[in-house]
Design a protein around this ligand. Structure first.
Ligand code: TXE
Length: 492
């Protein structure tokens, strides 16, 4: 049965006001499996107004304890419905079920983490030089936050934004990607069930046509965006008109760096999983593998052997290691990048084409692809592929490893594989990225700050400090003196 989705605006589940819809494809079967509303600008305005009304109508004054209760209830409901949510997400974006299932757990942990912070948004008292004055700060929510997410991990990306936004007392309008909105809409039912007041959480669906309405409305106080840099620039430009702060979580071209002294077996597994997990469609994909020259041949051989065993198949099957890529546009674009690399003389050691075979006939499958001896002139070494393509290149020493690692416009993540503790520290400081893993890759915890530098974005998600991005500090100064005042004298 085909799903016919509706959106959540002001506590009501509604279709687009002009009846417009978009098809959502199952990338494994290349079949429409759901329709979602294509919201109109008026629908977006209604959602922002409903969100603002809920904010002013009481949500901003709720005690943190009450917000914590709701967030914990939401996390419980996610855990109870985890299999369903994961199945919906996997059907919608093709990511393997073992990963979407784990990601639902990660998302619910995120709500619990921020539930624990909802009643701890405390200000400070500031000791002043002048004893007549008493000074303190209030930490206040910002208002309506617009949360825009991408298709590769809808529920996880959303939790990174929604958990701190709600914990801090904001109300929200969520806009999931048009390619994979269904899990977010199913999650919306749980938000309702948890007991959040109507209008606190609104969800509108549709493609970039509603982008302007989502970034220009005067009642928007904050925008948080995960997606591509081209869209990020449009949102930042629109937000600049009204000085609205924007958190951006964008792409990467992350280096995974293997030194000769590393545990090479673990490093090879980490390198392969770091790029081919989620078919390479993650912002943190370790798409450049830098290997110290003395072990280069050995590591390349081990990587190729491992890549040759990756199981492609139905993403709903728990044994599958790599599913299809998420949609037709992704499929065509990634194959285009591979073809361009070949034309530039890239040495493709394995893969390099669409994947065929039993059970893969209908899906957007691409072979896990490895380019060896990747020279600096290859454009695939600079561009984010956002697909299952790994470039391997050798380096001579630590200084060269740092130089190559940082020779990119991006700066999201980096992996370092070494058993030398001093080198691990030196490298962690030298690489230009927001996240560094040593002897592991793609490990996550909601309490650890996540985000990029350079063209990978601005701001951080997860972790206590994220609350700063969803709150504003108000300073209050009170004159306690009782003597008559000189109205023109400035108190210092
Ligand atoms: O992202 P878009 P896409 C990168 C990756 C990928 C590229 C494009 O390189 O190939 O981005 O992916 C909404 N105003 N990442 O096309 O278009 C859109 O509807 C406001 C990295 O999916 O940026 C969706 O909800 N919003 C990333 C969201 O923006 C607009 C994960 C992201 O879509 C809008 C995914 C507008 N004008 C892709 N236009 C990561 N960091 O992990 C579109 N949108």
């Amino acid at each position: 049965m085909m799903r016919q989705e509706t959106m959540l605006i002001g506590g009501q589940w509604v279709s687009a006001s002009d009846g417009g819809t978009l098809d959502s494809f199952d990338p494994f079967l290349q079949k429409v499996w759901a329709t979602i509303p294509q919201a109109t600008e008026d629908d977006v305005t209604s959602a922002i107004e409903a969100s603002d009304a809920a904010f002013r109508g009481g949500w901003r004054q709720t005690p943190g304890r009450d917000r914590a209760v709701l967030l914990n209830r939401l996390a419980d409901l996610m855990d109870q419905n985890a299999d369903d949510l994961a199945r919906i997400e996997t059907t919608d974006n093709g990511k393997v079920i073992r990963e979407t299932r784990a990601q639902v757990g990660f998302a619910s942990r995120n709500y619990r983490y921020f539930a624990g912070l909802a009643d701890k948004l405390q200000g400070e008292t500031i000791p002043l030089d002048n004893g007549d004055l008493f000074d303190f700060t209030l930490v206040e929510p910002m208002g309506v936050a617009v949360l825009i997410t991408a298709w590769n991990s809808p529920l996880t990306l959303l939790a990174n934004k929604l958990a701190p936004a709600l914990a801090a007392g904001n109300t929200v309008v969520i806009k999931p990607s048009e390619h994979a909105s269904c899990s977010t809409l199913a999650f919306g039912r749980l938000v309702e069930q948890a007991g959040f007041p109507p209008g606190v959480v609104n969800i509108v669906t549709g493609d970039g046509r509603i982008g302007p309405a989502l970034s220009t409305h005067p009642k928007i106080a904050k925008i948080s965006f995960t997606g591509g840099i081209v869209t990020a620039r449009k949102i930042l430009t629109a937000a600049a008109e009204r000085l609205v702060p924007v958190t951006t979580e964008l792409g990467g071209k992350s280096p995974n760096i293997i030194f000769a002294d590393a545990d090479l077996k673990a490093a090879v597994i980490g390198a392969v999983a770091g790029i081919f997990g989620a078919s390479g469609q993650t912002c943190i994909a370790g798409s450049r593998l830098l290997v110290e020259r003395s072990v280069y041949d050995e590591v390349c051989a081990a990587v190729l052997e491992k890549v040759g065993t990756i199981r492609l198949g139905n993403p709903l099957d728990t044994a599958t290691e790599m599913g299809p890529v998420a949609n037709r546009a992704q499929f065509d674009r990634i194959l285009g990048v591979i073809a361009a690399a070949k034309a530039e003389g890239a040495e493709v050691a394995i893969g390099g084409d669409a994947a065929m075979g039993e059970g893969l006939e209908n899906g957007f499958f691409i072979q896990p692809t490895v380019i060896v001896n990747a020279g600096p002139d290859l454009s695939v070494l600079r561009e984010e592929v956002f697909g299952p393509v790994l470039c391997i290149l050798p380096f001579e020493d630590e200084a060269e490893a740092v130089r190559i690692a940082n020779a990119t416009d991006f700066g999201l993540a980096a992996g370092i594989w070494t058993n030398d503790i001093r080198r691990a520290h030196r490298m962690a400081r030298a690489v230009e990225s927001g996240v560094v893993w040593v002897n592991t890759y793609r490990a996550s915890f909601v309490g650890a700050p996540f985000g990029g530098t350079k063209q990978s974005g601005v701001g951080r998600e997860r972790a206590i400090q994220t609350l700063r991005e969803y709150t504003k500090v108000k300073n209050v100064m009170i004159d306690l003196s009782e003597e008559e005042r000189d109205p023109f004298a400035m108190k210092l």
